[in-house]
Write a protein that binds this ligand. Structure first.
Ligand code: MCN
Ligand code: CUN
Length: 802
């Protein structure tokens, strides 16, 4: 008994995987002691402010900087003409397109960067920006992506007007970016032709924005004497920024240091390289002084990486029993005026082809047309897993629509079509190989938890009551996520494969530092990576420092987005830990004067097999590593691992939502939201729950209120927090969470990513519940956002409200 207690004490002291260790980063944050980019102050630092276009599409006839330059405190006003000799007026995007750094002869979206004013402080720069006189000639505007390919549509990108092929194949129109087809078109068509039942539904996933608390910004500092460039930057991928800056500037990467300090939320908004970063660097090189640029909220919401804007049409074919036979999808993807989608996969619509979802659908065909419009660029952001949000929304909506057509229950149709546990690994008709899943028990657990039959009975009674003011909607979503970009044969950024890395150094006293190629923006990496090392190498998490974000110290890594940190870097941590453990075992054997084969790892020590009283702790081994190692072994105890995963990981979940909808006002109340997630091996249950709460809250925001609409002239309506919905604790529902554990078979510790799942899964669940409130009246779909005004309009159109 005593032994077991002692072992449990040793286990607890490690704070390894499975333990809800408190977040190590929070004491700093809640005391206001974080260091964000805007906290960085350097001697002689200047400030830059952008001059932006008021028009969505216009020729730039003339830029007069005279008055701005004459303003006291102004050091420079940069325009495209100043960048031209440096060949920096255009830059490559992550999607194989080019983007104007500063408007070159024309502007193609409202708030586009036109000039950059550098001055002693931010106020002076802002005042002087007003004095830059730009003469525009307005051009006709294309806002609706469905009209972008019309023969007479205005040409947005004159720079590539005659380019017949883009980064993803042939272009058919000057506003056309790509057509991406995947699946078997003819076979799918035949199945549709012969199907018992088919359904078709158009839906819009509107343009939204992740709106992180901290906007984007940087401090660029070029040291002329040393020829070194240091950039503090809000980046989710600092090494990638270093490589891009190296390419653009021809400064060797060894002379460039990119530091992502604390980041106040990224959510995919901080993956790309923005004009503000480039011009700040140029200004610092030109002026020989550090230059800071920090976006305003409005600039962030109207110029840097939005999400979605997917106009989707889905079709399902099924037999009369509800067995799905085929899926067909067409998407018009609005990428804005430059294709600057932060999509590192080789597919131009990212992972959209996960849209067969959790279901065994034998035939599928998907076609996506990417188009340019006069809106700001982006598309991949906001807990999206590279278009999985859109894919899951589509399939979950379609399954609901089919159930309605067949008069089937929406839980039943899902249970009928799920990929079964014994079918994994499962190859989908669109070419993905799901690693593992166990969908049916997950949904059954959720149905039992919310007492689904009772909810349906209550709803039936409510529907029968003609005077009921509150309608009741029940939503279900059973999703499959795809995270962990990625196998470098499928994913790269500008040619760099998407491995990730970890370097661990164990110091003589047994404490350690782990340096990572990823960068936390709030996900708690400093807490959780240490837990992996604790379990895998026996070093207590409390003595492990995790460091990220400085390219001068961290091993090269591709950064944090697409919930890839756990599936990719987490695997590198485990493998580096195993290397440490193996070397430590050799040293322990040497200290125990035994053969390494007779020594085994046990939690925090190395034990002589058969005599557990004879052991060396990892702490003792660490000390020995610096003075007493076996003959011929290098001193020191460190390891580095670069991990290129063999496949993605496929987390999944089953969600249920109960919504109350006021038929007279359109007001809604989330009565219940139950989220079951399966992310394989769980490293820190508390952090997972926090991530899920965050993702669900953002899902609620998107489903219920967020959108970035435009008027016909290309003016962004709702680009400030006066209009853009950010839920506070007041609006946010109460979340109930649950889990199952289906490890990834190919990940060294069986872990899958989790951070985006709740967002991906909750949004269709909200829509499912919203439509369900009106389903008995024949409604099959309602476009988001489900705000009170739009819901009231729906209610009124059905005669339920005045
Ligand atoms: N985790 C775990 N066990 C697992 C999986 C994950 O304990 N099986 C823990 C990890 O150790 C990590 C956290 O959960 O501490 C998230 O891990 P993971 O799912 O691997 O995702 P990433 O760390 O790669 O985070 C990226 C993801 C993305 S893409 C967006 S968008 C998003 C999100 O994280 N942005 C966020 N969550 C965010 N949370 C905060 N606070 N801020 C953001 O900007
Ligand atoms: Cu798609 S948003 Mo996250 O990948 O940074």
């Amino acid at each position: 008994m005593g032994n077991i207690d002692a072992n449990l004490d040793r286990l607890a002291a490690l704070e390894g995987m499975g333990c809800s260790r408190k977040r190590r980063e929070d004491p700093r944050f809640i005391q206001g002691k974080g260091t964000y980019v805007d906290d960085v102050k350097m001697p002689g630092m200047l400030f830059g402010v952008m001059v932006r276009s008021p028009y969505a599409h216009a020729r730039v006839l003339k830029i007069d900087k005279t008055r701005a330059l004459a303003h006291p405190g102004v050091h420079a006003v940069l325009t495209a003409d100043d960048l031209k000799p440096l060949k920096l007026h255009w830059m490559p995007t992550l999607a194989g397109d080019v983007q104007a750094v500063l408007a070159d002869e024309k502007v193609v979206f409202q708030n586009q960067e036109v000039a950059f004013v550098v001055a002693d402080d931010r106020y002076v720069a802002a005042d002087a920006a007003e004095l830059v006189e730009v003469e525009y000639e307005e051009l006709p505007v294309v806002i609706d992506p469905l009209k972008a390919l019309a023969p007479d549509a205005p040409v947005i990108r004159e720079d590539i007007r005659d380019k017949q092929t883009g980064a993803h194949g042939a272009r058919s129109h000057p506003n056309h970016i790509f057509t991406w087809n995947v699946g078997d078109k003819d076979k799918t068509a035949r199945v549709f032709d012969n199907a018992d039942v088919t359904v078709r539904q158009e839906m819009l996933y509107p343009r939204v924005h992740p709106c992180p608390l901290e906007t984007c910004g940087c401090v660029a500092s070029f040291d002329k004497a040393r020829g070194d460039l240091t950039v503090y930057i809000t980046s989710q991928a600092p090494h990638v920024v270093r490589t891009v800056v190296g390419m653009l500037s021809s400064i060797p990467e060894s002379k460039i240091r990119i530091i992502s300090p604390d980041i106040g939320g990224g959510f995919g908004n901080k993956v790309g390289v923005y004009p503000g970063y480039v011009v700040s660097i140029v200004a610092s090189i030109v002026l020989g002084r550090p230059v800071k640029w920090i976006e305003s909220r409005a600039e962030n919401l109207s110029t840097t990486a939005f999400a979605r804007d997917y106009h989707m049409t889905g079709e399902l074919a099924a037999d009369s029993s509800g067995r799905i036979k085929a899926l067909r999808v067409h998407v018009v993807a609005d990428h804005g005026a430059f294709d600057a989608c932060a999509d590192p996969t080789k597919w131009p619509a990212g992972m959209f082809h996960v849209c067969t979802g959790s279901y065994d659908i034998p035939n599928a065909f998907v076609s996506v047309d990417g188009v340019y419009t006069n809106k700001f660029p982006g598309g991949v952001a906001y807990r999206c897993s590279f278009r999985v949000t859109e894919a899951v929304y589509l399939i979950e909506r379609m399954v609901d629509v089919l159930a309605q057509k067949l008069g089937m229950d929406k839980a039943e149709i899902r249970l009928k079509n799920f990929i079964r546990k014994d079918q994994f690994p499962f190859s989908t008709p669109l070419g993905l190989d799901y690693d593992s899943g166990d969908y049916e028990p997950a949904l059954r657990k959720v149905l039992a938890a919310v007492d689904y039959p009772a909810l349906r009975a209550e709803q039936t009674a409510r529907r029968a009551d003609a005077n009921a003011e509150w309608l009741m909607g029940i939503g279900i979503a059973t999703f499959t996520e795809i995270v962990g970009a990625g196998p470098s044969k499928m994913c790269d950024i500008l040619g760099v494969g998407m491995f990730d890395s970890c370097e661990i150094r164990v110091h003589p006293d047994g404490s350690a530092i782990a340096r990572m190629g990823t960068i936390t923006q709030g996900q708690g990496h400093q807490t959780t990576y240490a837990q992996i090392i604790a379990s895998e190498a026996g070093i207590p998490a409390s003595v492990i420092t995790v460091e990220e974000g400085d390219t001068s110290t961290a091993p090269y890594g591709l950064g944090t987005y697409g919930s890839r940190s756990t599936p990719v870097a987490g695997a590198a941590v485990a493998r580096a830990s195993h290397k440490i453990r193996e070397k430590a075992r050799q040293i322990a054997a040497h200290l125990l004067e035994a053969s390494p084969d007779d020594v085994e790892f046990d939690l925090d020590r190395f034990v002589l097999k058969g005599s557990p009283e004879q052991f060396k702790t990892i702490k003792q081994v660490a000390w020995a590593a610096y003075h007493n190692v076996p003959e011929g072994m290098e001193m020191g105890l460190e390891a580095v691992d670069y991990y290129d995963p063999p496949n993605f990981t496929f987390p999944f979940g089953a969600y249920a939502c109960v919504l109350e909808v006021n038929r007279f006002t359109g007001e809604t109340r989330v009565r219940r939201f139950y989220a079951l997630d399966d992310c394989g091996t769980r490293i820190n249950p508390m952090i997972i729950e926090g991530q899920i709460h965050g993702g669900l809250t953002e899902g609620f925001a998107v489903a219920m209120g967020q959108e970035l609409p435009y008027d016909e002239a290309g003016n962004l309506l709702g680009g400030t927090l006066m209009d853009y919905f950010i839920p506070t604790s007041f609006e946010t529902p109460h979340w109930e969470t649950d889990f199952t554990v289906t490890p990834s078979p190919h990940h060294p510790i069986g872990a899958k990513g989790v951070a985006e799942s709740p967002h991906v899964g909750s949004i269709p669940c909200f829509t499912s519940a919203m439509v369900d409130a009106f389903a008995h009246l024949g409604v099959t779909h309602m476009n988001m956002p489900h705000n009170a005004y739009r819901v009231w309009q729906q209610s009124r159109s059905l005669g339920l409200a005045r």
